[in-house]
Design a protein around this ligand. Sequence first.
Ligand code: FAD
Length: 385
Amino acid sequence: MRATPDFARFEDYLAAVREVSQTVLRPAEDRLTRADGVPEDLTTALKEMGLFGISIPEEYGGLACTMEEQVLLTFEFCQASCVYRSRFSTTIGLTSQAILDFATEDQKRKYLPLMATGECTGSFALTEPDAGSDAGALTTHAKRDGEGWVINGEKRYITNAPQADVFLTMARTDPNATGARGISAFLVDGNLDGVKVGEPPRMLGNEGSHVCYVWFEDCRVATDALVGGQEGAGLRAALRGINHARLHVAATCVGQAIRLIEEMTAYAAERRQFGQPIGEFGQVQAMLADSQAEMSAARALCMDCARAFDSGDAIPFIDIASAKLFASEMVSRVADRAMQVMGGLGYMEDLSPVARLSRDVRLFRIFEGASQVQQSNIARAMLRG
Ligand SMILES: Cc1cc2nc3c(=O)[nH]c(=O)nc-3n(C[C@H](O)[C@H](O)[C@H](O)COP(=O)(O)OP(=O)(O)OC[C@H]3O[C@@H](n4cnc5c(N)ncnc54)[C@H](O)[C@@H]3O)c2cc1C
């Protein structure tokens, strides 16, 4: 991490993020849910902490954290509601990382400094009604028209669409190519005529995160909106962002598991039944211990992947898929145990955070590649040797 005026060392920054997570973000979780969005003062706090810029290099105004540092930070701020993270996740991962690796220098200079400060929210527009896990089936298309392109198509489940200043949009530029070939990435400013954002549908969890349909209707963009000025590289750019995002999701699961373990352990130590704390019962101890052991394993896997990422070698695709698979399944098991340990209290929305956390973490097994997709990717890579 680069030195900032406030923090000369990464350890000091990590401690400050921990402090904000514990003393500002956690106590404001109910306010976040009631407001159905991260309140403005808390968004400002996230920006002031530099959290929108942790993955952006110093030359573009970011904090230039290594992946190991990003993962350590995620373990901390994701002990508060993961909806806070959702507000900047699409900027730090899916969009900025694809821009970093694939965009032209002009595109980098246009977007990255604004992303680093949080002035520009990036949103990632890949998924469509008929192209979910099979992203290569997308039908949104961009046609050359004079000096630019005209984009038409329908995207769905796009996180932060209402807040987005720019959509990293995958569209087919070669109508004759099938699958991943012929797909290009465009930087589409959110305020352009021809970009329409739907109302966010209600979700099982993650209240306050806005995930919407986005329609591109004869949306005209200039030639320089094509990422890297290169046609046909869209899914490669998407995958770069997705690999980064998957590791961040795995680290998010670890942070949420730490929180759930803290909630259930405090309850098990204090709640007395049959004349003793319930934490004295062997079956309750098993739920605590299994949760702790599985969280530690996921944490170690995340750290391993992060170090491999930082080593500069090829991105460890199988390891990142494994981390995403294991951590997302792990946190669902931990959430289920936390509810069980807490009995009726764990089921009460208004009396403990465990019900809300359980609903929130269910998402992680579905998005950024469902568990079954990770399994199939891992197994196929193993079989290929
Ligand atoms: C809250 C939320 C936020 C999201 N944010 C974004 C975003 O910002 N940008 C964006 O582009 N997308 C986003 N998505 C989309 C997300 O990545 C997709 O939901 C995900 O890829 C799965 O696609 P699908 O929902 O269409 O499910 P489908 O592809 O229809 O899959 C349904 C199920 O089929 C099974 N399945 C599918 N394929 C396989 C396979 N190959 N092998 C074995 N089983 C398989 C799995 O069990 C899977 O869960 C978001 C989704 C949600 C729910």
